[in-house]
Design a protein around this ligand. Structure first.
Ligand code: AMP
Ligand code: MN
Ligand code: ZN
Length: 783
């Protein structure tokens, strides 16, 4: 692969992407080959005939021994063998690998030489992978860790992966990807994204339509700015510092800013009686405005405030950002459609609170659960007087409750949900995507009318059913956005879902990788699924690879950040390997099993010794272990004489809440343990036998109190079917064919990589046979 232009290349060989100024002029990849296709074709032909020839050689054993008896054959074999070894050495040297292939005397055996080849192959393939990524337009080289939200765009434009500018009709050998090269919108945000491991505080600072004023915390800009943003501050401590600084009631900080208004909101009478169903305007006759300036946004808000209803939808991106980004807002009135560029107007969107919280205006959404959270998270927007057509669909008991179904059912419109998972960060927005986005709200007010009418008909004009939909909608608008909070226990919940029985080493690896992934995702502002998909994390933990290469082998394709930090990851795996080896249950509570097994050991000790002294010593040991297990967060908690606002303990979004619960949990567990230890023979037997079977199960009650108040696990990818871009014409995005798109998608299991594994000693080597189809298929974290 590399040897043909050996003498031409500089020290870096392939690595050197920027240094060949002649590339563009000569239009040749390397002498004699006009492009990569030609080179690969030639290379494959050569490899094929070599393979054929080698298969035709006399087989080891009698065949070979017979031929060996002819001196001519022997000589030929030796000279060819030397030649081959020399070539292999050269290739290996070229790639900076150990290469004593030819020094036969210095080598003890074939096996060692084989290992050398395996190592070199791994190194070469690894480099090929990096270079392919680079060709893709992504620079994987070490970068300094940037503060959250500030990451240089990961685009490398080098002479050979740049689109052929001005080179006429020459077909491009490498094409850049549309979605790959979307500049990170985060870079343009006026306000930095806060990925710190602290509870979410509402972004609101002006409260239109208020009956209860906004707590002073939100109106005082200075105080708001003082919140510690250091990513490494344990959340409980951050909360505490923050309280001390602001002397503010935590209760007010974390509450829903429109809780009071929503609690006192009653659906107006006219919305509970028979509506006049107003037909939608044909899309083709409807004006559609793209809003990306403050001026237009203000005008839109004024327009909306005068209406009795309007429809809203959002498009969101969650793959290349830790908390996700709301990229688009669609609004439809009876007369017009609006598409708002919420990436551009992110810091100004709060203006719409005037219309959105106006109780006199109905806001119609379909399936608003996520939208309500995203509005809070990105813009500090809230909704008062919501009607959710998804809730209406449920109340009407329709066959399906998706928007496509409602569109078909009420409007006989065939919608194309293919764009639902498109990369909504793309700008300018392709026409197809604008059309798709419009469809999501354009018909919604008509559907709202029709559904209200049906809900009343259903109950013979009685408003009960309709009222229940209004109530359910209100409950949704009361939802609070909760930030994913990392705790020392978060990993357990996710591990449990893997349905894999891990021993203590594997579980430790899972815990360490989980923490690494969370930290990196926050720092780099990427989703955890982008940093390291769960199934790969699980595989690494399961295999506990001895070498960094083994970690790479667990991932296909290799996530960029894994490749970049493979040595750090390897250290974590090594650390896990140092754990004492114990089997852990499927339910996988490491400490639980650990404590149980150690306690069991002491119980055995108790059983064998009968005198009183040894019993109390063992008892003491057991209690010390249990004590140490008691509260992993103790060190983060302020001393007991410091006042902690009691509300924090009951606010599920607060870390103190978590800590408080954990404390309770461990208290329960310790008590339970002591009960078992102190209890009669029957109980003792149970504990001991549980350890024998390695399946101790925390009681239901305990499990329940261990439940997290919010979803902290990264989204699982299991039940989600990725959107297949290969089906659509994406030429609009980048003016390129979609065929050779090579978006990195770590969630994809890459079925086209025909993976072969050579086992040699305890090492394994993998390589890709056949052409890798690294097609652009997004796999999005599940909502
Ligand atoms: P929709 O309300 O259908 O327009 O969806 C709004 C946003 O939700 C989309 O932009 C996606 O980010 C996200 N989304 C919708 N469906 C899915 C899904 N099946 N899996 C993951 N994300 C989804
Ligand atoms: Mn939606
Ligand atoms: Zn939508």
């Amino acid at each position: 692969m590399a040897s043909s232009n050996d003498n031409k290349s500089t020290e870096g060989g392939f690595q050197d992407g920027n240094s060949d100024p002649n590339d563009e002029e000569t239009n040749e990849l390397c002498p004699g080959f006009k492009d990569v296709d030609a080179f690969v074709k030639y290379g494959l032909g050569a490899v094929l005939s070599a393979t054929k020839a080698s298969a035709g050689l006399p087989q080891a054993g009698d065949d070979y021994d017979f031929y060996r008896s002819f001196p001519g054959f022997q000589e030929f074999c030796e000279s060819q063998g030397d030649k081959l070894l020399h070539l292999m050495s050269q290739i290996m040297q070229h790639h900076g690998c150990r290469s004593h292939m030819r020094d036969r005397n210095k080598l003890t055996g074939l096996e060692e030489r084989f290992d050398l080849v395996v190592d070199s192959n791994d190194t070469i393939l690894e480099r090929a992978g990096i270079l392919l990524d680079e060709a893709d337009g992504v620079n994987r080289s070490q970068q300094p860790v940037m503060p959250a939200g500030f990451q240089p765009p990961k685009i490398v434009v080098s002479s050979w992966n740049r689109k052929g500018s001005g080179s006429g009709s020459r077909p491009e050998t490498f094409r850049l990807l549309h979605a790959k090269n979307v500049a990170r919108p985060q870079l343009k945000f006026k306000e930095k994204v806060d990925n710190s491991n602290t509870p979410f505080i509402p972004k609101i600072f002006i409260k239109p339509n208020a009956t209860k004023p906004l707590p002073s915390y939100f109106t005082n800009k200075q105080i708001r700015k003082e919140r510690p943003e250091d990513l490494d501050v344990p959340a409980a401590l951050a909360d505490f510092i923050h309280q001390q600084r602001t002397q503010e009631h935590v209760e007010d900080m974390f509450a829903h800013p429109y809780q009071y208004e929503l609690d006192h909101f009653t659906t107006p009478e006219n919305l509970l009686s028979k509506p006049e169903v107003q037909m939608y305007k044909p899309m083709a006759e409807t004006k559609c405005s793209f809003i990306d300036t403050l001026e237009d946004l203000v005008a839109l808000n004024e327009k909306l405030c005068k209406l009795s209803e309007f429809a809203v939808d959002l498009e969101h991106h969650s793959y290349r950002s830790f908390l996700g980004l709301t990229c688009l807002m669609q609004i439809s009135t009876r007369e017009e459609d609006f598409i708002i560029d919420t990436l551009e107007l992110r810091s100004e969107m709060y203006i719409l609170n005037e219309a959105f919280t106006d109780p006199a205006t109905v806001k119609v959404f379909h399936g608003a659960d996520s939208d309500i959270e995203w509005l809070q998270k990105d813009f500090g927007l809230y909704v008062v007087n919501l009607f959710d057509t998804h809730q209406a669909s449920r109340a009407l008991n329709l066959a399906r409750h998706s928007l496509d179904h409602l569109l078909k059912h009420f409007c006989n419109v065939d919608s194309d949900k293919r764009y639902q998972l498109a990369d909504w960060r793309i700008r300018p927005l392709p026409d197809e995507m604008v059309q798709y986005a419009r469809t999501d709200t354009h018909y919604l007010l008509y559907i709202y009318d029709s559904m209200r009418a049906q809900l009343l008909e259903f109950h013979h004009g009685q408003p009960g059913l309709l009222q229940s939909v209004w109530n359910k909608s209100k409950d949704i608008s009361l939802k609070k956005y909760l930030k994913p909070i990392f705790t020392e226990e978060s990993y357990l919940e996710l591990q449990r879902k893997q349905k894999k029985s891990f021993n203590t080493q594997q579980l430790t690896a899972f815990r360490l990788l989980f923490a690494w992934r969370d930290k990196l995702a926050r720092q780099e502002d990427e989703s955890t699924g982008y940093v390291l998909p769960t199934h790969m994390m699980s595989k690494i933990s399961e295999e506990l690879p001895k070498e960094p290469q083994g970690i790479i082998a667990c991932c296909n394709p290799v996530p960029p950040l894994v490749r970049q930090q493979v040595n750090e990851l390897h250290l974590l795996v090594q650390q896990a390997r140092e754990m004492p080896l114990l089997k852990v249950s499927k339910d996988g509570c490491q400490q639980w099993a650990y404590v149980l097994s150690i306690s069991a050991a002491f119980l055995k000790e108790l059983e064998t010794k009968s005198d009183q002294t040894s019993l109390s010593v063992a008892h003491m040991k057991a209690s010390r272990i249990i004590e140490s297990f008691e509260n992993p967060f103790r060190m983060y908690l302020p001393p007991s004489d410091v006042h902690i606002n009691k509300n924090a303990k009951f606010d599920p979004s607060s870390k103190i809440f978590e800590v408080n619960k954990l404390h309770l949990l461990s208290y329960h567990m310790s008590n339970h343990m002591f009960d078992s230890l102190k209890g009669g023979g029957k109980k003792r037997e149970r504990v001991a036998s549980e350890v024998g079977e390695s399946t101790p199960k925390p009681s239901k009650k305990l499990m329940k109190s261990a439940d997290k108040p919010q979803k902290t696990e990264p989204p699982s990818q299991e039940s989600f079917t990725p959107f297949d871009y290969s089906q659509s014409d994406l030429s609009v995005f980048a003016g390129t064919k979609s065929k050779s798109n090579t978006q990195f998608d770590p969630n994809r299991q890459a079925p086209d990589f025909k993976k072969k594994v050579f086992i040699s000693g305890n090492r394994s080597m993998s390589y890709m046979a056949g052409k890798s189809e690294r097609g652009f298929r997004h796999n999005w974290p599940k909502r």
